[in-house]
Ligand binder design. Sequence first.
Ligand code: NAP
Length: 517
Amino acid sequence: MTLTAEPSTPESSLSKSAADEAALSKSSLSKSSLTESALLDSVPGLLYIGGEWVASESKATLTVSEPATGEVLKHIADASPTDGLRALDAAAASADEWAATAPRMRGEYLRSAFDLLQQRKDQFALLMTLEMGKPLSEAAGEVAYGSEFLRWFSEEAVRISGRYGQNPEGTGQIVVSQRPVGPSYLITPWNFPLAMATRKIAPALAAGCTVVVKPAELTPLTTLFVAKLFEEVGLPAGVLNVITTSRASDVSAPIIADPRLRKLSFTGSTSVGKVLIKQAASNVLRTSMELGGNAPFIVFGDADLDKAVEGALAAKFRNIGQACTAANRFIVHSSVAAEFGHRLTDRVNGFVIGRGTETGVTIGPLINDRAVDKADDLVQDAIARGANLLTGGHRSLRAGSFYEPTVITNVQPESTILREEIFGPVLSIVEFDNEDEAVAMANDTEYGLVSYVFTENLARGQRMIEKLDTGMMGLNVGVISNAAAPFGGVKQSGLGREGGAEGIHEYLSTKYTLIPN
Ligand code: NAP
């Protein structure tokens, strides 16, 4: 069995049948057929600009390492500011032709990329486990989630609509249409290497925008592997360009300042997002900002505790706690707090720490040692201020960037852990006595990405939808992400929405035309 699956093309996927789909899934690689080195060799280590794989003009390279072992995975091209502008040249040169490409055709390229990604799902999962550290089963989950954006937006490409109606005076017709915004710059973080890329690339391409993508320095390989998919399905040169760099700020600033760029979409920390919003202001760029979170997870006294424990484990420990949607503050009614803490601790003590490729591992490494130090600082600060440690509370004895899964209770209000994104496997519990107090605690943050509420009282659940200042909410569930739903936050968690019917509008501008009678 070879590593490279046959590419599907937009034309071939038009006639794809259920039998074809079954054959596709049968031909997908089994894990045992993948060797890590063969996989890494098949990932291009170059910049993808104007449909070609090219070295950096400076010939510089950067090194990608595995967080679980510290070993080098690959040396890849390190783009300079000149390379960044070359990528924008390519996106600008192909913008008109791509905008004029039939929506059905744009959708078929996305659909073909989806099909090819399904054939390579094991490869994508292994690649993410290697460069980011999450356990293989979670990487497989991200492949399912991340690839879905390609399919969803292949379907949305043909649903871009407008309206037509008489003006109130009866003197003319109002025509409202949608046009692609234009060349877009997409910057992604390291924590979900596939999904954060496809969540931006798919709606942009569906809308008729050409793009330059800059993945995080720590996890660039998955995005290069995505570019290879699009190359193989025949996406026209220049529509998708990928630059990998160790100089994010130096490379991005000239692109953002260039008047040919019309859109900036960023996922990452709130602090970097604020810098980019300021840079985008000089050309009044359209921006989408998916920023940090500090999610409250409220457990009311009437909650089903079995459901709440399952939800808590998923909301906290998925991705080793390194998710913008990770529950950061467990706000638990005092009548159930002790029971909730003990049940969680039992489960957490059963977690297996290790390299994500190892069988049975449930907790991989953090992205680097800095992240381990930060998690530990937050835990020690909380304990020093009076929190009780139920389990964990220190670095793992294993070599690598590992932190023991941790549960702390009785966290005091002034503790830093309640203010900052933990981004690690640390679950911190505070108690409340009445509903208003829970709401006030939950909203006491500058962030507003997601909240989780566990209650068996429907009326209370509905009140929480109105009262919690977050862009998203999980009611009796700990994982909410779905390609068909609008993902995004309020307050300092961001601007705009990705996914759902809303996602494509981030890459469209509304045009109004008056036609007099
Ligand atoms: P980050 O440090 O803000 O980096 C995000 C991306 O921005 C990376 O590609 C980074 O490149 C780049 N970057 C950094 N400084 C830049 C600058 N001055 N100009 C242009 N680009 C710049 O965030 P991270 O540590 O990768 O990711 C974690 C954060 O992302 C957390 O706060 C998390 O909550 C947030 N996040 C939010 C969502 C959401 O949907 N709301 C989803 C996932 C993650 P380098 O890698 O080269 O530094």
